[in-house]
Design a protein around this ligand. Structure first.
Ligand code: TRP
Length: 326
């Protein structure tokens, strides 16, 4: 069985882009792969975040992922900072990656914007991500399109390390999901739905109550020609609604257009489908919230399992570079 690893930031309310673009695919990966999923709390420290908020959101992310269908019997769910090898391997990889490589990362350029006050951790972010992946000998890494460059860097670093010190790491491949990979902002359908850079009205949270979903979908930007059609370039707003409807119902979004004559009807169908798709998830989430100690137990078991894999990979790498064993 292939080993799959992916990570998600504990950035608070996950939205439909996270769910349809990533998390829902992870749920399927559990059955076909040896799957590891990591809540990357250390990555969250690269930008300003309140300590209490970080702690709360980390646990909350675990609840959301479990509610969405990650099953601790079928995958390993853990928190990055609970497995010390992530930070240990990062140093070895920082001594493998180059300044030039990291400077070319578009995410750093976007978020760092060339300011002097930018955190060093934001610069080395992709190296920590490489450690997340390489520690588990991951064959496949399901990520969104925006993470493709980080995956390329991971492959580069792993290859260089192997070349310099002998075969140590498995070279991973990115798997970019085919379905629902891109959920766009309802208010600005040419932009990806995003908690940090999107508009609140254009971002639908997984835990949004039905009235909120109806309101946001109703306000979604369309266009003025009044024709329901699948046309990503010419009609990004309508196309986004169709693709949400497709994602929520499991139907082919490109043919759904035929069923609707008016934007209002399409929007009604979209909110209904989203409410129905999210209801079971929201119910499970409420149950988990009522038993947080159970969630903590799941994370503890996850980090035990993850640590046993990660610490042996780290040792292999430490031996390879010539660190004296304690
Ligand atoms: N950088 C990823 C994101 O922002 C999150 C992440 C961290 C990740 N470590 C990872 C994804 C390892 C895949 C594998 O989405």
């Amino acid at each position: 069985m292939a080993r799959v690893l992916s990570g998600i930031q504990p950035s608070g309310d996950l939205h439909l882009g996270n769910y349809f673009g990533a998390v829902r695919n992870w749920v399927q990966d559990q059955d076909v792969a040896d799957a590891y999923f990591c809540i990357v709390d250390l990555h969250a420290l690269t930008l300003s975040i309140d300590p209490e908020v970080l702690r709360r959101q980390t646990l909350d992310a675990a609840c959301v992922l479990l509610a969405a269908g990650l099953d601790p019997q079928r995958c390993t769910l853990f928190v990055q900072s609970h497995v010390p090898a992530h930070q240990q391997l990062t140093w070895l990889l920082e001594c493998t990656a180059t300044m030039g490589e990291l400077r070319r990362m578009t995410q750093f350029k976007d978020k760092g914007g060339g300011q002097e006050s930018v955190r060093v951790g934001l610069f080395t972010y992709p190296v920590l991500m490489a450690a997340d992946i390489l520690l588990y000998d991951a064959d496949q890494v399901p990520v969104g399109d925006d993470q493709r460059q980080h995956l390329e860097l991971t492959r580069e670093i792993a290859g260089r390390f192997n070349h310099r010190y002998g075969e140590t790491f498995t070279i991973p491949s990115a798997t970019i999901p085919k379905v629902g990979a891109r959920v766009m902002d309802l208010q600005a359908p040419e932009r990806k739905m995003s908690k940090s850079s999107g508009s609140p009205l254009g971002t639908v949270g997984i835990m949004d109550p039905p009235a909120e979903i109806i309101r946001k979908v109703k306000k979604a930007v369309t266009d003025t020609d009044g024709i329901v059609a699948w046309d990503p370039a010419g009609k990004p707003g309508v196309t986004n609604l169709l693709s949400l409807l497709g994602a929520a119902t499991g139907q082919d979004p490109t043919t759904l257009a035929e069923d609707y004559q008016r934007y209002g009807d399409l929007k009604g169908a979209v909110s209904e489908a989203l409410i129905e798709a999210l209801a079971p998830l929201q119910a499970r989430y409420a149950e988990l919230q009522a038993d947080l100690s159970g969630v903590i137990d799941i994370l503890r078991a996850g980090s035990d399992q993850a640590s046993s894999v990660a610490s042996s990979t780290y040792l292999r790498a430490a031996d390879a570079v010539g660190l004296l064993r304690p």
